[in-house]
Ligand binder design. Structure first.
Ligand code: SF4
Length: 386
């Protein structure tokens, strides 16, 4: 397949790995965060960590839209779906995310709520059009990548003058989460996260471009290299970060030149600015309540705002106390450091969002199983030492 296989070429991967190994300085360590769940999956799937020198560590970031959604917002969505006459439309990833008191959208559907899995916000518009007797609510989540399609759906609903379509808006902003990762003080008993640079988001950056990351390079002296999702993309971005650190440069560089431009998608940006405005604050799983970190519908579109159309109280609910999703999303722990990982918590029986979502770090670690090889190696080394 052209333009995919080339980015999965083993010989080229080994050549980049050799370049990284040759350029890392042996007397220091390197720690980079890949913000996106898509990069986390590429790293797990293709065994990229096994190709990196021992003194270079990759830290998983909070860039999984399902994972960062707090329990209270899932509870809120279940409350919406429970209302008579309401059809809640959602992406499949959200269905099994644990809500409070053992609930989930899937269980609410089994109990009789009209909850439907869709592939696109336009599916929800279509359902509203064909079933005018139902109040159709689209459960909108995601970073800047999925915000423009929600804006398109709202414009379409407006053009069709649909009275029975609304959006439960949970779109969040990537640069604010990156800022929170850098600024959040370490909680008692948690290890500090010393990040020296970011592998920047791929799809998000196709929309927002390169400029929003410049503050991290300029003010925080943290290099950012925007990377595509294929293994060679990620490895090349890591090499570019190593070079920046070695040369004491702090710049925003673009490895993903086949899709990302400096300005981003200005048409999508204008559309989103027309439809959405920034909320005062928003709660994130793992990062807490962050000011100006999420979007809501502008006044002009208030009639499509599910939070205004339906009076469902916003609830603050706590995660399962044994689940370490918060620390994992902050980059402070790895999935294998959670006591429930692979025992009580698996993709079949998820206890937290990071094990449910296809972009979650726990799901990536479990699905590709590389931790098993590491555990086997560690046990063999311990046996040899004894
Ligand atoms: S393994 Fe399960 S319980 Fe542990 S942090 Fe991940 S999702 Fe939460």
């Amino acid at each position: 397949m052209k333009y995919v296989d080339e980015y999965r070429d083993g010989a080229r991967a080994r050549a980049i790995a050799a370049a990284i190994a040759a350029e890392v300085q042996p007397d220091r360590s390197y720690a980079f965060m890949e913000f996106c769940g898509g990069h986390t999956h590429a790293i797990s799937r293709y065994g990229i960590e096994d190709l990196l020198p021992a003194n270079l560590r990759m830290i998983h970031g909070p860039g999984c839209p399902v994972c960062v959604l707090p329990v209270g917002r899932i509870d809120h969505a279940i409350g919406l779906a429970a209302r008579p006459g309401v059809t809640l439309c959602t992406y499949a990833d959200l269905m099994r995310v644990p809500a409070s008191k053992g609930a989930s959208l899937l269980k609410a559907k089994a109990a009789g709520a009209d909850i439907r899995m869709i592939y696109s916000p336009l599916d929800a518009v279509r359902i509203a059009e064909t079933e005018p007797q139902r109040q159709v609510v689209f459960f909108a989540i995601g970073f800047e990548t999925t915000t423009p399609p929600t804006a398109v759906a709202l414009k379409l609903a407006e053009a069709k003058n649909l009275e029975n379509f609304s959006v439960f808006c949970n779109h969040v902003l990537t640069p604010v989460a990156m800022r929170a990762i850098l600024d959040t003080p370490v909680a008692d008993g948690e290890p500090p996260v010393a990040i020296e640079g970011f592998v920047g988001p791929a799809h998000v950056s196709t929309i927002i471009g390169m400029q929003p990351y410049e503050e991290f390079a300029r003010n925080d002296r943290k290099p950012v290299v925007i990377a595509g999702f294929e293994p060679l993309d990620v490895m090349q971005a890591i090499l570019m970060l190593v070079r920046q650190v070695n040369e004491q440069r702090c710049e925003v560089e673009n490895q993903y030149i086949r899709a990302v431009t400096r300005a981003g998608n200005v048409t999508a940006q204008a559309l989103c600015a027309e439809v959405f405005e920034v909320r005062e604050d928003f709660e994130w799983r793992g990062l807490g309540v962050l000011p100006a970190s999420a979007l809501r519908l502008r006044g002009k579109y208030a009639r499509f705002d599910a939070e205004q159309r339906f009076a469902v109280a916003t609830v603050r609910a706590d995660d399962n106390p044994a689940c370490e999703c918060g620390a994992i999303l902050r980059g402070q722990k790895k999935p294998v450091e959670c006591k429930l990982f692979g025992t009580v918590c698996t993709p079949e029986t998820p206890m937290g969002a990071c094990m449910v979502s296809s972009e979650g770090a726990c799901a990536a670690h479990w699905t590709y199983g590389r931790f098993r090889e590491h555990q086997a190696r560690a046990s063999a080394q311990a046996r040899t030492a004894a």
